[in-house]
Ligand binder design. Structure first.
Ligand code: COI
Length: 354
């Protein structure tokens, strides 16, 4: 169904205008608390082609207990953000990049994937259907979660015989509850990824393994963990849901995406912005010891955007970093969020206007 039939449904069921806002406390969004009303689903037939997708009300999905995603973790996720511009139009940030990343991940996980056009069209339809859940300017964004999964039944270990692509959405604000700079713990026992593993794609299975270490760090008062490489326990990695950057003088460094680091779309955008404003950006293996002498550390991701780090604890030693309006991360955050919300001219044409 198109946006026009949803509009009719909304008018008849609530007698309210589609342009009105949903009944949401926009000052207390948090992350994942407010689920938007509609979702998009597209199924892939056995011949590997995706059929016409559908927007429906957000609902529980039915899966065979034998589904590939449930039994063997054959699935990928993507996060995309849409913001409301001051003039009321909606801007989606780089959905084509998520589409490309999903296609690369699908190849790694032996799944068929929507084309770039199908993915971007699905994102647009989901945003239009959920227009009333896109927060007012300055209050946050609509976070779209795309999933691609082996939904067909498979008991012996093999690719699933059928696939489902879906997008649901949530009105969100700060990813981390406090909204304060992050206080991170360097995790040395558990690792996010290994060489030859799936750390370089957004596989669903990359995430749950981090719950144990994260819970342990949170119980010690840390906001989140920072992973290090699994081979030598020596090089800086990323967080559960963000890439990591260090600032030292006028050089900004971030771990190179060598197959164990997720090629974040915010990461890639931040690198371009940082170069634009005169910083030298290095993508390389960063010995964890460099954390000791950095001026700043910050994390980037769709959900966290650009999150300053106030301290990192490594082997019992806490190091503090510059944060606040004078920081480089704040400067980059302002530019990126300005582009995403339409406050700054989008010279690179990163946003898609709806
Ligand atoms: C993101 O969309 O930024 C993510 O990395 C997913 C995360 C919230 C688990």
């Amino acid at each position: 169904r198109g946006a026009s039939s949803l509009q009719q449904e909304s008018r008849s069921s609530t007698a309210s205008d589609i342009d009105e806002y949903a009944d949401v406390d926009w000052d207390n969004l948090g992350f994942g608390r407010v689920i938007a009303g509609y979702m998009y689903t597209m199924r892939c037939s056995r011949d590997g082609s995706f059929e016409q997708g559908q927007v429906t009300r957000h609902k529980t999905i039915e899966l065979s207990p034998l589904a590939g995603v449930l039994n063997y973790g054959q699935g990928l996720l993507e996060g995309v953000k849409a913001c409301r511009k001051a003039n009321g139009s909606l801007l989606v940030f780089r959905p084509d990049q998520n589409a490309i990343r999903m296609r690369i991940g699908a190849d790694r996980m032996c799944m068929p994937s929507p084309s770039i056009d199908q993915f971007v069209d699905a994102v647009k339809q989901t945003v239009i259907a959920n227009k009333r859940w896109v927060p007012p300017p300055g209050k946050g964004s609509l976070y779209l979660r795309a999933l691609l999964m082996g939904s067909g039944p498979v008991l012996g270990f093999a690719p699933a015989p059928a696939y489902t692509f879906l997008i649901y959405a949530s009105a969100v604000d700060n990813y981390f509850k406090s909204g304060l700079p992050l206080n991170l713990y360097v995790e040395e026992e558990y690792h996010r990824s290994t060489r030859g593993g799936t750390g370089g794609v957004k596989a669903i299975g990359n995430y749950a393994q981090g719950l144990k270490a994260t819970g342990r760090a949170r119980s010690m008062g840390f906001t989140d963990i920072l992973y290090i490489d699994s081979r030598e326990n020596k090089y800086l990695g990323e967080g559960n849901c963000s890439n990591t950057f260090l600032v030292k003088g006028d050089v900004i460094s971030t771990p190179a995406t060598n197959g164990t680091i997720l090629p974040g779309i915010t990461r890639k955008s931040v690198i371009e912005i940082a170069r634009d404003i005169g910083y030298k950006v290095e993508e390389r293996a960063i010995p964890i010891d460099e954390l000791m002498s950095a001026d700043e550390v910050f994390c980037t991701g769709t959900a966290v955007l650009v999150a300053p780090v106030s301290s990192v604890t490594y082997q019992g030693k806490g190091i503090e970093y510059r944060t606040g309006v004078e920081s480089v991360s704040h400067q980059i955050y302002s530019i990126l969020s300005g582009i995403q919300t339409g406050a700054i001219e989008d010279v690179r044409r990163w946003t898609t206007e709806i």
